[in-house]
Design a protein around this ligand. Structure first.
Ligand SMILES: Nc1nc2c(c(=O)[nH]1)N[C@H]1C(S)=C(S)[C@@H](COP(=O)(O)O)O[C@H]1N2
Ligand SMILES: [Mo]
Length: 174
């Protein structure tokens, strides 16, 4: 894989690792804010998956390393009423997913791509990847993850992209 297009709002936030934080809150028993060191101390996995953008390109066999969303959920313990998850990024981007979509074992907060630290263009220090959804459902430069008892639309979802974003049914626009 050599060609990996960059798609974002045109802002590429540079977040120094010593200032980077990942805040997890909302409907959880134990809200947490992870420093970079604490984040790397969470369980790590490497997973190969495909990547589908709304603009028709797909990237096959992308290898990501990061913290499984399941490990985050384990650490903060979602409350019974949590049904949705809202993701906020350092560039002002946001996106949303049902909790059950996030609890798939291939959903990662990735910080390496194909064995190297994730570059800033592609969302480093860390980005979310949701392999079974279109790429806009994965927030680059992730800053905050909030568990909710209802759905809230993110940046593209508010602007007409499909809220379910299933690449297999070609479900691009709502
Ligand atoms: N923070 C943030 N995350 C984002 C975006 C963005 O603009 N900002 N764009 C989304 C869209 S539309 C796509 S297709 C993918 C692109 O990821 P890439 O630039 O690594 O190819 O990131 C998604 N995540
Ligand atoms: Mo996209």
């Amino acid at each position: 894989m050599t060609h990996f297009p960059v798609l974002d709002l045109g802002i590429k936030p540079a977040v120094p690792l010593d200032q980077w934080r990942l805040k997890i809150g909302g409907k959880v028993e134990r809200p947490a804010t992870f420093t970079w060191t604490e984040f790397l101390a969470l369980p790590q996995v490497t997973d190969t998956s495909d990547f589908h953008c709304v603009t028709t390109w797909s990237q096959l066999d992308m290898t990501w390393t990061g913290v499984p969303f399941l490990a985050i959920a384990d650490a903060v313990r979602p409350k019974r009423e949590a049904t949705h998850v809202f993701f906020k990024s350092y560039d002002g981007y946001s996106t949303n997913n049902p909790l059950e979509v996030c609890l798939d074992e291939d959903v990662l907060i990735a910080h390496q791509w194909n064995g190297a630290p994730l570059t800033v263009e592609h969302g480093g220090p860390a980005r979310v990847i949701v392999p079974k959804r279109y790429a806009w459902k994965g927030a680059k430069w992730i800053r905050e993850i909030t568990f909710l008892d209802r759905d809230i639309l993110g940046f593209w979802e508010l602007r007409g992209y499909s809220n379910t974003a299933d690449p297999w049914t070609d479900d691009r626009f709502s």
